[in-house]
Write a protein that binds this ligand. Structure first.
Ligand code: GLA
Length: 775
């Protein structure tokens, strides 16, 4: 509900529902933030207004105020430099090289059924929501009051979406060097949790207290980046996964981004988020608009799990392209880690047959199918099929893949070019160069300059032609380097990218687009508006994925996270992990298999088949169930998803110590009075994993390196303990003890033979309705 009313100090705007609330007051022409966070009533506005009179000493008094008021101490929802507010401000404008202070003052408001459309393709929240527009007009003699700033606030079920639009009505060009999507002065102190990494180490969680020195979360690599995700969290002291007050922020933008938080002397925390101002300078001609990307703000009083749930609901419902909203994603087989550049049609078809036998539904041909692309040194840009590898072309391959009963998907890296390519030889000027410096390669490639219309046309026509010729249901859209562009150029590049994606995919909504950028170098809400899922990381080691997918889970739902079973030892870490753990980690994502299937042992084939079956049987719960991170002992990780009729909890171990103690499974958010049954997944153990120890459980002594054991390892499976319990939701919440772990006393079917990196998943279903309250 959005309401406008008059309070004792001036106009008030109330935006609130069951999840979130924002109350704004217009005071001395400024937009004050009376409250953002917990749901309150409109009548609370008076009580939330800060007392006046905190301007003293050398403070500068605001022009439109009486002698005791300075903006430096106010709680605002927008501010400017040059008017007495010396905290960081969200706007920087200049005219003829000189800074301009517009002194934007409230002039009017409108209630709209939804945000107005952008003037050009930009990611935006879908589905529409009641929107408040506050129009501020400039009061500087250097501008006219035709120069306006519109602040938009859209109220969604679990989120507030913000957008800022500047209109130059000054009669001559203005330069915008900074304009944030949102700014807020929140009350009290916070810690900032942000997500960082690099190639293969994306989304590791870091938390720092926000103090007087500014805490900044920024990317300047040209993209939202694996170094710093745009999404971040502000938590009050003592917040846990299940309790406490938290705020989440994210941006519908895939380029350079900026956010900061800073505590003021008066106890307010100023937070802002938008496009990075680094090297930014955008010329706004008279009459033109500059529109910020949308920012998404969520609040929860139920800790980090509560916040994640609000963010996930918003993303699934209002970010993902309509066709793919709540539509189950297929189990895919991807040939990259198995084949890399070395394949031909025969090899691909044999992999596809095996993938089909395992239960996969989609076959994805990754890099290497075009031009002279036999390594990453050549061919990018030349999307003509390599007939030596694929004599029947993509059409022929796709026909044969479909004949096997699989959908067909294809990899592209359309934004990049190798200097060793026909495209680059024909159009060297199409590449993005660093002016005055020349080319700097990354993975032997340059980016194409997507700010040029002819480059965008080339990408649209070459990709579209392939999509229309071969029968293609899925595209993996890759991009494998940081940008050479800075500031305004990097900004225009991202607008060019959105135009290209819009032109190709809005006409083909049924094609499932998976975003990828060297793994998760562009995992953001902007890309998710086009690509319903994103490849989270080139690191497919399930133990590393515990950090990466865990980090993503704070802000992004499971349905958006690409996660595959790959080979062991792992290609990125050389770590050996059980197949069950590789499957259990990949269950918490858009599941796939990415390994050579040519040399699978019968036991591995069986286990892969069972894993795919398990995932498909519970796919809706995994992809769209409500996700929680649960408490564990000793550094283990516990994830949980709750769907319509079932809950699945997974418990992952890292390194094990001798003589392990008890272990409990904690499951949260269930109906405490209902009765549930809990059943662990039946998991195989490889005979070979026990090495020489196997002689202790065989009736005759066997050579650990001999033929008999070697053969048994291929064909014979041992099983880990399976566990079953019936108990109340309250007991599961309190933590139920699991079977004992292996303690050196030998193999028994009732103990969990849980060495390093073991895990299991537990299916929890309701047996009966809630009991009546005990008398
Ligand atoms: C990137 C992607 C990988 C794979 C390769 C192909 O590294 O992240 O998944 O597609 O490119 O070159």
């Amino acid at each position: 509900m959005i309401q406008q009313f008059d309070a004792s100090f001036g106009k008030c705007f109330y935006l609130g529902n069951e999840s979130v609330c924002c109350i704004l007051g217009i005071h001395r022409g400024q937009v004050e933030l009376l409250h953002f966070g917990a749901p309150l009533l409109p009548e609370d506005a008076e009580a939330m207004a800060l007392p006046e009179g905190l301007g003293w000493g050398c403070s500068v008094i605001y022009k439109h105020a009486d002698s005791s008021v300075c903006l430096d101490t106010s709680a605002l929802a927008w501010s400017e430099s040059g008017l007495g507010d010396y905290r960081e401000t969200p706007l920087a404008l200049s005219k003829d090289g000189q800074p301009v202070v517009p002194d934007f003052v409230f002039s009017s408001s409108r209630m709209l059924p939804e945000m107005p459309p952008y003037a050009f393709p930009m990611p935006h929240a879908r589905g529409g929501a009641e929107t408040l527009e506050l129009v501020l007009t400039a009061n500087s003699s250097l501008l006219t009051d035709n120069t306006t700033l519109s602040l938009y606030f859209s109220l969604y079920e679990t989120a507030l979406v913000r957008r800022t639009v500047l209109k130059n009505g000054s009669g001559s060009p203005l330069t915008v060097s900074k304009m944030m999507s949102v700014m807020m002065d929140l009350k009290g102190s916070f810690s900032m949790t942000s997500f960082h990494g690099n190639w293969s180490t994306e989304m590791h969680r870091h938390t720092v207290p926000v103090k007087r020195a500014r805490t900044v979360n920024e990317s300047v690599s040209g993209f939202s980046s694996n170094r710093t995700n745009p999404g971040f969290i502000l938590s009050k002291a003592g917040v846990t996964e299940d309790a406490g007050e938290v705020y989440g922020f994210n941006l519908l933008w895939s380029g350079n981004h900026y956010a900061s938080a800073q505590k003021s002397e008066q106890g307010l925390t100023r937070v802002m988020q938008g496009i990075s101002p680094d090297h930014f300078a955008h010329t706004l001609e008279d009459g033109e608009l500059f529109e910020s990307p949308e920012a998404v703000l969520c609040w929860s009083g139920c800790g980090l799990n509560g916040l994640s749930s609000n963010m996930h609901r918003f993303v699934n419902k209002h970010i993902i392209p309509s066709y793919w909203q709540y539509r189950e994603r297929p189990v895919l087989y991807n040939d990259w880690e198995g084949c890399m550049f070395s394949f031909n049609e025969t090899k691909l078809l044999s992999l596809a047959k095996k993938a089909k036998k395992l239960g996969c539904e989609l076959f994805v041909l990754d890099d290497g199918w075009f031009g002279e692309r036999n390594s990453d040194t050549a061919g990018l840009g030349d999307y003509t099929v390599n007939r030596e590898k694929l004599p029947g072309g993509l059409e022929g391959l796709s026909r044969r893949i479909h004949a096997l009963g699989l959908d067909f998907g294809l990899w592209f890296e359309p934004e990049a070019v190798n200097p060793d390519s026909d495209l680059y030889r024909a159009h060297p000027d199409w590449a993005l160069h660093t002016p005055g410096i020349g080319d700097m390669l990354s993975r032997n490639e340059l980016l194409l300059d997507l700010t040029k219309p002819e480059v965008r046309d080339y990408i649209v026509s070459s990709v579209s032609a392939i999509l229309d010729r071969a029968d293609i249901q899925y595209v993996k859209w890759d991009m494998n380097r940081h940008s050479a562009a800075l500031g305004e150029k990097a900004y225009a590049y991202i607008l060019g990218l959105y135009e290209v994606l819009d032109r190709i995919f809005s006409a083909r909504p049924h094609i499932l687009l998976e975003g990828c950028a060297s793994g998760g170098n562009r995992f953001d809400l902007g890309m998710l508006c086009y690509a319903p899922q994103i490849w989270a990381s080139d690191d497919t080691d399930p133990i590393e994925r515990l950090d990466i997918q865990n980090g993503l889970s704070y802000l992004y739902p499971v349905s958006t996270i690409g996660a595959h079973i790959s080979v062991s030892p792992n290609m990125q870490t050389l770590r050996a992990t059980p197949l069950s753990t590789r499957a259990n980690a990949a269950f918490f994502g858009c599941f796939g298999i990415e390994m050579d299937l040519g040399h699978l042992l019968p036991v591995e084939e069986q286990e892969l088949k069972e894993s795919v079956e398990y995932y498909i049987a519970h796919r809706n719960t995994f992809q769209f169930g409500s996700f929680r991170r649960n408490q564990t002992e000793d550094g283990a990780v516990c994830w949980q998803v709750t769907g319509k009729d079932e809950t699945i909890a997974a418990l992952f171990h890292r390194l094990i110590h001798a003589g392990p103690g008890y272990e409990w499974l904690y499951v949260s958010g269930l109906d405490s009075k209902a009765v549930y049954s809990m059943q662990s997944r039946k998991q195989a153990l490889r005979v070979g994993q026990f090495g020489a120890l196997v002689k202790h459980i065989t009736p005759i002594e066997l050579n650990p390196n001999g033929m008999v054991l070697h053969t048994a390892d291929k064909y014979y499976r041992m099983h880990d303990a399976t566990e079953e319990t019936v108990c109340s939701g309250a007991a599961l919440q309190a933590g139920i003890p699991l079977a004992p772990r292996f303690t050196g006393t030998g193999y028994r079917e009732d103990i969990r033979v849980q060495g390093d990196f073991l895990s299991n998943v537990y299916l929890i279903t309701k047996e009966s309705k809630a009991q009546d309250d005990p008398v």
